[in-house]
Every structure is written in C-alpha cells, then in structure tokens.
Write a protein that binds this ligand. Structure first.
Ligand code: AHR
Length: 537
C-alpha cells in the first residue's frame, strides 16, 4: 500500500528539523496501553558476546599493557569507556564455536608462560591467507582473569560458555572451582589469586556448550540432553544458584528448528521432570543474512526491506520456541535466551585477520532497533540476549584497528535503547500502511515497543520506509504526556555508516519534543529510529 499523497508535502517539514511534527491528519497510529504490562525488561536483553575469533579479542579488546593505545592493564580503554556508557549488563565469552575447542587451563597462570594454541577458526579461507598472529595461534594472553577484569571494568556480569565437545564435566567443575571457590580454599583459588583475584568471581551464568547441534559436537537433541545432564550434575556451587544455559536451536528463516527445542526438553524430562530446575534457560541463535551481493554497504531499497523483513522473523521465533518450552515446562520457569543474534553480511575486512567483520550501516541500525523492540515485546519470555558480536565482527558496535576506534550505527541504537533496561514493558500497537517490496512481499509501516519506569514512559519506534515519513497519532491509553524528549537516529542516505574516516556520519539527535496530552501527532522520519522519553502527567 502506498502512503498518502499528502505526505510528500510533509517532507519539507521533515527536512527542516530533527523532530518534525505535523498537524495534518495521521497516516498511522502508535498506541501505548499503559494498563497492559507485558513483563519487566531484563537489562540482560542488552547483553554482548565476545569470541576468540578474528580481531574481536586481539586487538578489539586486548591491546596489551605495553601498547601505545590507551589501555587499562592491557584492555582497550576506549572500548571500556563506551561499554560503561551503555551499561552493558552481561558479556558472553569465549565463544561461539571457539568455546567447544577451548581449554580454560591454557588461559590461567602467568601470561608469559601460557601455551600458544591453534585457534578454532584457523582453517577458514580468510585466516589461511593472513599472516601468523594471535588470531591464528592464540597466545592465551586473554584468559579467564583478563575476561573477568574486562567485565569488572565495564560493570558487566560474566557469562562463560563451557567446552562440551572436547573437554569433560570434570574440567568444567574445575573451571567453576577456579572462578568461584572461596579465597584461599583450593589450589585453583590460589592460582586465581596469583592471577590477580583472591576473591571469587562468583560467575552465575554458565553456557553448557555452544551450538551443540553443529560446531559444538554435532549432537542430536537426545544426545545433547545426556551431555547437559552430565555437565550439570553436582557442579560445585559454593552457595550460589548457578544458572545453567542449554544450547538451543540455530533458527533460520526457513526452519525455526523447533524440533531441537522439543527433542532436548523431551529427553531431559524423560529422566526426571525435576531436571528442569537445572535449566535456567535455553538459548536460541538467529542471524539474519544478507541477500543480493551480500555487501553491508551496497544494497537496493528492495534489499533494504528484505533485510529488515528477515530481522523481523525474530518476532515469530521467540513465541514458537516459548510455546515448545511450555509443552514440557508448564509453569514456564525455564526462560528463553537469544545469546547470538545480528545481521550477517559479507566480510569487508579491515585487514586479513578480521573474520566476519563488516562496516555496519543505517540498515543494521534499523535491524538492531527492531530486534530490541521485539525483545521488549516478549519481555516476559526472555532472560538474556547477546548481540553477536561486540567489536570487529558481525553486528558489531565498534570497529577497532590499532589506535583507531569508531562507534558504529549499532552502538547508537544500544545507547538510545538503554533507557528501556529494567522498565516494565507495555503493550504497544502500531498501525500504519504496510510497505510492498520484492515479489509480493510486505513489511509493516511502523513497529516499536514501550516501557515504563516510575513516571517515565519510553517509546521507541522504527519507520522502515526508505524514503517516506510516516505521520502517526501517538495515543497514550490510560495516561497523558506532561513533556517529552525525542532522540532520532537517521541519515539522508539509507547507506550511511560510520567508519574510521567518517566517525559521525550517523549519530542520534536529541531535543525537546514539544508535545503533551493523551494524544499527539508525530512524524516519524524515513529510515529512522525514534525514541520518545515521555514524562507522564
Ligand atoms: O558469531 C560467529 C559464530 O556464529 C559463532 O562462533 C557461532 O556460535 C555461530 O555460528
């Protein structure tokens, strides 16, 4: 469906400022139902993921203590500063596929004495062509103590993925012992103290493998259920309620892989329904891939919509797996996680050892925003979500190369959306003319989410239209605005992006919104992410 003809006249208004409003008749509706809470938005829905892959750890996070790059004991300072700004609640490590090849013992003890090991990703075509370096032969300089320090510096909780494919439950128990045994209590507690932390790290989140249907061991769900039981049986807990996270499905657009969720749960409860209590959550992965040339910066408007439509599949994946969980866990005590998600485009390497790295554009900002809105709308089902990956990789928030560092479009979306963290998600209904693209496909005209904390209502909305604004009536059912601030992320060109040479091509703009009352008209700019922070009367 085409937007109304009169909208072209409002383009002039849109071009005049960052927060255009229109007194004209509305083309759409954004309705916030203040009396219909969905659930609390766990801050952990804004988690991040880091893996020993390409240049994520070396040199994205770890630059070394003697580097000329500003660092905090070897950790890139600019990265820490930005993550503190985002209030990143949790960081997952060390993989990904790498996790099921990693021996944690290689990464403890004096850094100079740690062994150098072949990285899991060494046999990728790209790394084969790269010169030798820590991306191919991991020096283990960045191990458990360094990761924990990184988390502490950022104010984030650690989420550690265990090796199920190539280590044993005994190794896992000892990793927990290294991390969590009381100060001075065990030989591993002494090793930890020598590594810098006499006090335990008290790690709560433990992933039991990664993609266990694939790189994590090629298990069938019934086989993985056995591994999950073995790995989580009688783990030393040191008085903590450890949160074990099961390796869930690798969903894709054609197949949500619900059979994995069902197969795993069925075989877990077959032994004893009590075992559900051991499963804090089941983690799904979903990457929306590129069409056409697969390039992150070159795409047609049709490919723009196609990509956003693929990202939107998350909205059906979450409830599908939630329903499957409910077949075995009637009380829904087990939560869903999405501990890897993002838009996966062709690599545009900054250097030969940057794996899966690309320069994100405005399109990836909209993918990220609409995905975070989906998570908010399913807040009661989700315990944690982790963007893949933090730096120099897929859906990356930062590009880092030696002394250069830039925040991508995706960083700015997380920065805008952090106001939702800890809020109570409210039902939000959008109604706007759909957008036709491709061969008979349609994408919604507006989508978003809302959350409430005290008297502050946060409403985020994506207008995916590549060229048209959308005039909408914003209606607060059960409340009224006293005043509001607006932040808009957009750019005149849908291919706009930030890179080392142009770090500020796409940055959000904030200002007073000048609206009040239970209803007001708002013009959502083309290809934009908008946040309205509304003080309720
Ligand atoms: O994020 C890159 C890789 O994608 C991860 O290692 C793996 O879990 C997934 O397939």
């Amino acid at each position: 469906m085409k937007r109304r003809e009169f909208l072209s006249t409002t383009l002039a208004v849109a071009a005049a400022g960052w927060a255009p409003r229109s007194a004209q008749a509305s083309d759409g509706l954004v309705e916030v139902l203040l009396g219909e809470p969905i659930g609390d938005i766990a801050p952990e829905l804004h988690g991040q993921f880091t893996e020993h892959i390409g240049e994520v750890v070396y040199d994205g996070i770890w630059v070394g203590e003697n580097s000329k790059i500003p660092n905090l004991g070897g950790i890139r300072k600019a990265l820490v500063d930005h993550l503190r700004q985002l209030r990143v609640p949790v960081i997952r490590w060390p993989g990904g596929c790498f996790a099921d090849s990693y021996n944690w013992r290689d990464g403890v003890g004096p850094r100079t004495q740690r062994p150098v090991r072949t990285n899991f990703w060494d046999n990728t075509t790209q790394l084969c062509q790269a010169p030798d370096g820590p991306q191919k032969y991991d020096p283990n300089t960045f191990g458990t103590a360094e990761f924990m320090r990184f988390c502490q510096l950022c104010g984030s909780k650690p989420y550690v993925a265990a090796n199920v494919r190539s280590l044993t439950p005994h190794d896992f128990d000892e990793w927990v012992e290294y991390c969590n045994s009381p100060a001075g209590s065990t030989t591993l507690a002494q090793t930890r103290a020598a590594d810098g932390s006499p006090e335990p790290y008290n790690v709560l989140y433990w992933g039991i493998g990664n993609e266990s249907w694939g790189c994590g061991g090629d298990f069938r769900p019934e086989e993985y259920a056995v591994e999950f039981r073995r790995f989580t049986s009688w783990v030393p807990d040191y008085g903590l309620k450890l949160r074990f996270i099961g390796s869930g499905p690798g969903a894709d657009m054609r197949d949500p892989q619900v059979s994995w969720t069902r197969g795993f749960l069925e075989n877990l409860v077959a032994k004893s329904p009590q075992l559900l209590a051991r499963l804090y959550g089941l983690s799904m992965h979903y990457y929306c891939g590129t069409t056409g040339k697969g390039d992150s910066l070159e795409y047609t408007p049709d490919e723009w919509y196609q990509m956003l439509g693929q990202a939107d599949v998350m909205d059906s994946l979450v409830p599908q797996h939630w329903l499957a969980l409910g077949e075995y866990d009637k009380e829904h005590k087990v939560k869903l996680l999405v501990d890897e998600w993002g838009a996966w485009h062709k690599t545009t390497p900054l250097g030969p050892s940057y794996l899966f790295n690309y320069v994100p554009s405005l399109r990836d900002a909209l993918v990220t925003a609409l995905t975070l809105d989906i998570f908010n709308r399913h807040a009661e089902k989700l315990a944690m979500c982790n963007d893949a990956q933090l730096v120099n990789n897929i859906n990356t928030l930062f590009l880092a190369r030696e002394d250069r560092f830039v925040a991508t479009t995706i960083f700015h979306v997380f920065d805008m959306y952090k106001s939702h963290q800890g809020g109570r998600s409210l039902r939000l209904v959008c109604d706007a003319p759909g957008i036709s693209y491709g061969a008979g496909k349609t994408l919604w005209g507006l989508a978003g989410s809302a959350s409430l904390q005290g008297k502050t209502l946060v409403v985020t909305v994506v207008n995916p239209h590549a060229s048209d604004p959308c005039v909408a009536e914003v209606s607060l059912r059960g409340g009224a605005a006293k005043s509001a601030q607006v932040t808009v992320l957009t750019a005149p060109d849908i291919h706009a992006h930030n890179d080392f040479d142009n770090p500020n091509s796409v940055v959000p703009k904030t200002g007073p919104a000048g609206v009040s009352g239970p209803r007001f008209s708002w013009t959502f700019q083309p290809a934009s992410v908008t946040k309205l922070e509304i003080a309720l009367a």
